[in-house]
Write a protein that binds this ligand. Structure first.
Ligand code: NAP
Length: 240
């Protein structure tokens, strides 16, 4: 049986991915801080799953818990690093620190465990959930957009290391635009918003095609192209 772990599976995109992968026959490892939600999901899935409560910002404990989960499941071929927090237009230190702790420190801590595991088994597939927001510094979400740029750059570095050193790890960078989840709830003016089900379906397609990059939904690629082509003087005149 195919086996996958989703770091951050209690709600939104992570939960929808758990449901999709389970329907596709995967045995799953599911993590998050909200234990009651993990138990609910485990009961609702058609395939076996293992749940593991962890706060990725507590990196030492999270790494130990993740290693334990990998050992319990044995031979996991796919790890999806989805856990992330936004900043809700707050710019204070506590908010930005939390974004960095979860999206940067937590991401690296978990990805190192996944890489060590894949090294030991001779390969694997690492998927990270970045964002279109990582393509440019957003005035309303500085730490968030920078954290997502970090994730994409870090995954690109890992991809190069894997190719150059024969690690045999496929690295997929997922860049969602807007997806209807707790993170986007109540926010005004969002466009091209998709459901979690659509996001999970397109992420699954990117996984099975072993893509290096995927925009979710696909038309966000156009925004990605526009962002990369836009001169900074023009960007700085746009509303934040
Ligand atoms: N929604 C969008 O429009 C959008 C767009 C671009 C990128 N993304 C990215 O997609 C990912 C999923 O977000 P979502 O929209 O599905 O939001 P969500 O429903 O809030 O899901 C966030 C997930 O991350 C987990 N998480 C957060 N902090 C954590 C921590 N300290 N330790 C462990 N797990 C933690 C949450 O689990 P617990 O709360 O149970 O810990 C939850 O499962 C994030 O990386 C986000 O940045 C979302």
């Amino acid at each position: 049986m195919k086996k996958a772990i989703i770091i951050g599976a209690t709600s939104g995109i992570g939960r929808a991915l758990a449901e999709k992968l389970s329907r596709e026959g995967y045995e799953l490892g599911l993590t998050g801080r909200r234990e009651a939600l993990l138990k609910d999901i485990k009961e609702s899935l058609p395939t076996a799953s293992h749940i593991c409560v962890m706060d990725v910002a507590d990196t030492a404990a999270a790494r130990q818990a993740f290693q334990g989960l990998l050992a319990d499941m044995s031979d996991v071929e796919l790890v999806i690093l989805n856990a992330g927090v936004g900043s809700k237009n707050q710019h204070d230190w506590e908010t930005e620190k939390q974004v960095i702790d979860v999206n940067v420190r937590g991401f690296v801590a978990a990805s190192q465990v996944a890489v060590d595991h894949f090294k030991a088994r001779g390969g694997g597939h690492l998927v990270g959930i970045s964002s279109v927001a990582g393509l440019i510094g957003l005035g309303r979400a500085g730490a968030y957009s920078a954290s997502k740029a970090f994730i994409s750059t870090y995954m690109q570095a890992l991809r190069q290391r894997s190719i150059r050193t024969g690690l045999n790890i496929t690295v997929t960078d997922i860049k969602p635009g807007y997806v209807a989840t707790e993170m986007t709830e109540g926010r005004k003016g969002l466009f091209w918003m998709c459901s979690v089900e659509t996001a999970a379906e397109q992420i699954y397609q990117a996984i099975i095609k072993r893509k290096r990059h995927a925009y979710i939904t696909r038309r966000w690629r156009l925004i990605g192209w526009l962002i990369k082509a836009m001169p900074e003087w023009l960007y700085l005149r746009l509303p934040a």
